[in-house]
Design a binder for this molecule. Structure first.
Ligand SMILES: Cc1cc2nc3c(=O)[nH]c(=O)nc-3n(C[C@H](O)[C@H](O)[C@H](O)COP(=O)(O)OP(=O)(O)OC[C@H]3O[C@@H](n4cnc5c(N)ncnc54)[C@H](O)[C@@H]3O)c2cc1C
Length: 291
């Protein structure tokens, strides 16, 4: 099916893009990789009057280690973070997730920031970002603000950007100690969205105590779900099988999956339980330098 008619804008600079978005207000929509927006338009699930294509803003096509964090520019594609040395060094959770997002064709076009802005509860990146405590830089013609990811992801396909704002960068904090992380995703076939998936992150002090922990779930609620209660349980504790089992049980209780073509709700809940435990085991082994 063809998408509904729209006006197409192709700014040559960030300033130009931001003033166009300001001028268009609610009638304007950013076009990044187009891997979610164009299918939605073709299915008539979205009908923006104006598309502001940011693909000429090549200055935003970066992945780099900045002071204290990993910075992902708005035009960095999923493929740019696969096997990336800075990603591996700063965010094991992100490195683990990167090869699991979609398929190679989609990864070559789709952007990390676009996926985060899209807020699809079946999308992989927002679980990773919630687990690692990322933040989003929102820019508009009147300035910039930094939004913690937990405030950015509002609900089903809803973010907290204001009219005229776009995401220009995503920031992942550098862990303070020895860190490990994993993204475990059950999918029906390569390239599919998750049946259920879990992002885990652990940061350890020199004596092995957990100083920071992250657990977030994909495709089992109306948005990617940060399991704060399980994270709080872990912080300040010494890792153990029992502790990780308890955190996994909390995650399984916290989710609210629906039965659909990918499986019954109770099956997905069981997957969350098993994958949370396994993900914490893997994060711990990695933090200790065991894998
Ligand atoms: C076959 C297929 C399989 C897929 N499988 C997966 C999967 O397994 N896991 C997964 O996570 N995703 C999957 N996706 C989605 C894919 O990851 C998309 O790339 C991603 O969701 C959107 O990124 P994009 O750059 O393509 O954004 P677009 O499609 O261009 O935009 C998506 C939305 O985000 C907004 N947007 C984009 N960039 C910005 C910005 N910088 N600032 C503000 N708003 C912005 C747009 O206005 C639009 O509303 C799949 C897609 C396809 C087609």
């Amino acid at each position: 099916m063809y998408p509904p008619a729209f006006e197409y804008w192709s700014p040559r600079s960030l300033d130009e893009a931001l003033s166009k978005l300001q001028e268009l207000g609610n009638d304007g929509r950013v076009l990044a990789g187009g891997q979610s927006l164009i299918p939605m338009m073709k299915l008539r699930l979205a009908a923006p009057a104006n598309l502001v294509d940011i693909n000429n803003l090549t200055d935003l096509a970066y992945v780099r280690a900045d002071n204290g964090h990993l910075a992902i520019g708005a035009l960095a594609r999923h493929a740019d973070v696969v096997d990336n040395a800075d990603v591996k060094a700063i965010s094991p959770t992100m490195a683990s997730a990167a090869p699991w997002v979609a398929d190679p064709l989609v990864r070559n076009r789709g952007t990390v920031a676009g996926s985060i802005a899209h807020c699809d509860p079946e999308g992989d990146w927002n679980s990773v970002m919630l687990a690692v405590g990322a933040s989003v830089v929102a820019s508009s013609s009147s300035g910039q603000r930094v939004i913690p990811i937990g405030e950015f992801v509002v609900d089903f396909f809803t973010n907290s950007l204001d009219e005229g704002e776009m995401v220009t960068e995503v920031r992942i904090p550098r862990p303070a100690g020895a860190a490990g992380g994993a993204y475990l995703k059950l999918e029906r076939k390569i390239g599919d969205y998750a049946t259920a998936a879990v992002a885990t992150f652990l940061d350890l002090a020199g004596d092995g105590t957990i100083t920071n922990a992250g657990i977030a779930l994909t495709a089992v609620a109306s948005k990617n779900l940060k399991v704060t209660e399980a994270e709080q349980l872990l912080i300040g504790q010494t890792p153990s099988d029992e502790l990780f089992g308890e955190a996994a049980a909390i995650a399984a209780r916290a989710c609210d999956p629906e039965s659909d073509v990918r499986g019954p709700a109770e099956y997905k809940r069981a997957v969350i339980n098993a994958y949370t435990k396994r993900g914490l085991d893997q994060a711990f082994a990695q933090a200790k330098g065991g894998s």
